[in-house]
Design a protein around this ligand. Structure first.
Ligand code: ATP
Length: 629
């Protein structure tokens, strides 16, 4: 049933427990004492009952109890000697300290001992469960953190292929499922078997035949559990996948709520959501049908075993008199105490299955290869000084698919302003994405100051590059925090100066709390032009040597374009810039223009040179736009 390979992911999760070894040792010790005190507190019910049955206590209830069983144990087994001496040891102690007195006094003493045993049992139980919760939550924190930091290392390729909601679901929901798996399994895997061992030892001390009879039912329980466990694993994976679909749906549709409203898709999206929720409902119901079955099934098997025992043991008490009534009652008490830990153990298998399914989904992300890697001992790019060079660069997003960039060669000197133009889908954004290593070139290399970009530390490379895109991404923070995003520290004065240079200062002052105004989810409380100017201020404050503008003004109307263009001009001062623009009028003044078509460079030159070539793509695009304007 417990094939290790099937539980591979679950065992990998357990490796995260390693740093908590000292707490685990404490848990282990507390668990051992907890089990011993649990067994003792149950075992003490036998002398408790005995005090009522015995008429004369000075003959010692406990020792007579031991002696009778002594005959029985010696007759039936020679290898239960240890159990016998254990039992005799406990009985002698009880005899000496509890029963050598009046019946009333003995009753009081045994009651006090039972209270003490329960006190110690609960104290050790508390230590153990508190420590375990600490470990579980620590593991979950570590797992979540390493998952998130791994995501941050993956290249953009991964994020374009994976639904964001699915990733969020893995980090939140799947890890929570693992949490319940660890909490159930880790404690129970130590505690419950120990309890079973302790209870079994006591029951063997009383009657090994009755104990064996009780154990005969185990194989049936195991078969039922392993069958249910496999079904639970399959269902559990489907449930987690479904949860991820729901999260993705919500994430996408709430993100695009304006479009949903504009296209009157509210009703339709309600239906779509309902069908996803219904699917989740179905899987959950199917899961609980199996899950909830395991408890009654084991309990039913348990009760069958119990009745068999009562019948067989009852005969020993009533007819053959080989077992005392108090012992038999104590035995039954213990056997019924064994049932809950056994049930817990059966449940552990199910929880592990669930946990394993969730862990698989988490390790799928953690095992995702980092394709934009940093070399060992990378060079730190301190300041860009000379030139950027593309040498025979070819790029595919997917090796089996279309070539996106084909043998790109060009150099850009420090201080140049390079425009990249071409039809939609030509590969312009892809080309500039390679400079900051959002992706790595499939073939060929890019050099900055003669050193391959792959040899620089990624952090230093990206520090030297500032990016302003069409969809300027802002976070739901204050204006000031958005401007200084990515910097350890920036003074108020520096922030204000950056905002002024980006033509943003005036509108920021008009906001309710000025620089401390929260700008809403993705900056939605701002206009497109305002967002753009804040992201330009952000780039200005970062003070990079190389700038990339990817359609930075194309979503703006003429008035805000003028303001943004002014801000861009301030930003480009004394820097090297790559500008992708559809509106060719905005790139006329660039030092050089690179024209790309279907992934190839088809023309390079300044505006005058390119426009002079009437048959060239640039002249065509320019005249198309000229007449359109
Ligand atoms: P536009 O001017 O419309 O923004 P572009 O010239 O910037 O276009 P790119 O965004 O570089 O073009 O895209 C070039 C090609 O690569 C397109 O055919 C596009 O479909 C494809 N592409 C872009 N991103 C990905 C991606 N993450 N995975 C697969 N293909 C992609």
């Amino acid at each position: 049933m417990l094939k290790p390979s099937r539980y591979k992911s679950y065992f990998r999760v357990l490796r995260y427990v390693k740093p908590y070894w000292s707490r685990l040792i404490l848990i282990f010790i507390a668990t051992i004492f907890f089990s011993i005190f649990s067994g003792l507190s149950v075992y003490l019910t036998i002398p408790l009952i005995e005090t009522f049955f015995q008429t004369e206590l000075n003959t010692s209830a406990a020792s007579s109890m031991a002696n009778q069983t002594q005959d029985k144990v010696q007759i039936h087994s020679s290898d239960t000697g240890f159990l016998y001496s254990l039992k005799k040891g406990i009985s002698d102690k009880l005899n000496k300290y509890v029963f050598q007195t009046s019946k009333k006094e003995a009753l009081l003493r045994i009651c006090i001992i039972i209270v003490l045993a329960y006190l110690l049992k609960n104290l050790t139980g508390y230590i153990q469960s508190y420590m375990m919760t600490y470990v579980e939550n620590g593991v979950i924190r570590d797992l979540r953190t390493s998952l998130y930091s791994h995501l941050n290392k993956l290249s953009m390729k991964y994020f374009t292929n994976e639904r964001i909601g699915n990733l969020i679901s893995r980090i939140m929901n799947d890890i929570t499922v693992i949490n319940s798996g660890i909490s159930a399994s880790f404690v129970t895997i130590i505690k419950e078997p120990l309890l079973v061992i302790v209870y079994l030892t006591i029951s063997l001390m009383i009657s090994w035949q009755l104990t064996l009879l009780s154990l005969a039912v185990f194989p049936f329980v195991l078969i039922v559990i392993s069958y249910l466990g496999i079904r639970i694993y399959n269902q559990s994976r489907s449930i987690q996948e479904n949860m991820a679909n729901i999260t993705s749906f919500l994430q996408e549709k709430i993100f695009g709520i304006k479009i949903v409203k504009a296209f009157n898709m509210g009703e339709q999206e309600n239906k779509n959501f309902h069908s996803l929720a219904q699917k989740y409902f179905k899987f959950s119901i199917r899961m609980s049908r199996i899950h909830e079955l395991s408890s009654p099934a084991t309990e039913l098997l348990g009760i069958v075993a119990a009745m068999l025992i009562i019948w067989y043991g009852g005969i020993q008490v009533i007819e053959t008199h080989t077992l005392k009534a108090s012992e038999f009652m104590g035995f039954l008490f213990i056997i019924f105490q064994i049932m809950p830990p056994i049930k817990q153990i059966t449940n552990v298998a199910n929880r592990i299955q669930q946990s394993n399914a969730a862990a698989e989904r988490i390790f799928e992300v953690l095992d995702e290869q980092i394709d934009v890697k940093e070399i060992d001992n990378p060079v730190v790019l301190k300041k860009f000084n000379d030139m950027v060079e593309f040498k025979n660069v070819t790029f595919y997003y997917d090796v089996d698919h279309q070539k996106i960039l084909d043998d790109i060669n060009f150099t850009v000197k420090k201080g140049e302003i390079i425009a990249i133009v071409g039809p939609s889908g030509a590969g312009k954004s892809t080309l500039v994405d390679l400079i900051a290593r959002f992706y790595d070139a499939t073939n060929g290399d890019i050099f900055i100051d003669g050193i391959n970009v792959k040899h620089y530390s990624i952090e230093s490379l990206r520090t030297e590059i500032g990016i302003v895109t069409q969809e300027s991404l802002l976070f739901n923070e204050t204006v000031a925090n958005n401007i200084c995003y990515g910097l350890d520290k920036a003074s108020d004065e520096e922030i204000i100066n950056a905002a002024k240079a980006a033509n943003a200062h005036d509108f920021i002052l008009n906001m309710p709390n000025g620089y401390n105004t929260m700008i809403g989810e993705r900056g939605l409380k701002l206009s497109g032009g305002q967002r753009q100017r804040i992201s330009i201020a952000r780039a200005l404050l970062k003070n990079p040597s190389i700038l990339i503008f990817d359609e930075a003004t194309s979503a703006l109307d003429s008035e805000s374009e003028i303001l943004v263009q002014e801000a861009i001009n301030n930003l480009m001062h004394n820097r090297t810039a790559f500008i992708i623009a559809h509106r060719l009028s905005t790139v006329k003044n660039s030092t050089r223009i690179i024209v790309i078509d279907k992934g190839k460079i088809v023309q390079i030159g300044n505006h005058e040179e390119l426009i002079a070539d009437e048959s060239g793509l640039y002249a065509k695009l320019y005249s198309l736009q000229y007449f359109a304007d």
